[in-house]
Design a protein around this ligand. Sequence first.
Ligand code: DQA
Length: 147
Amino acid sequence: MSILVLHGPNLNLLGTREPQVYGSVTLPQIDADLKKLAADRGVALDHLQSNHEGMLIERVHLARTDGTRFIIINPAAYTHTSVALRDALAAVAIPFIEVHLSNVHRREAFRHHSYFSDLAEGVICGLGAAGYRVALQHVLEKLAPAA
Ligand code: DQA
């Protein structure tokens, strides 16, 4: 049983990328924090960042057979463009939470639409890196009876 955390394009630059929008925490820090939180509860957590749509899609497909019980995903810019990644999540039918560091609704109009939100179990935005932690806490609580 494991949890999969997926990060979309440009999130590898967190820490230096528009820190006034995305904060100063780096992606390795976020991943290490989540991995520890999960490990403390005896749950395995895998993470992947990619700047390539196809790679994220392939990882979602793999989740169908590798024991993934829940996905936490920040699709980044693919949020607003990717029918293909949406379809992959719908195809594997694994519950997921959509996370955004920034409050996308306070930003440009093109960021207000998400191809994922209507399929997501929940959507968290605007809490910075803490949003991932809130998502994981929810997932761990949901998985607890089976853990
Ligand atoms: C983002 C918001 C997206 O609009 C943007 O393209 C990103 C990051 C966020 O975490 O706030 O790359 O998903």
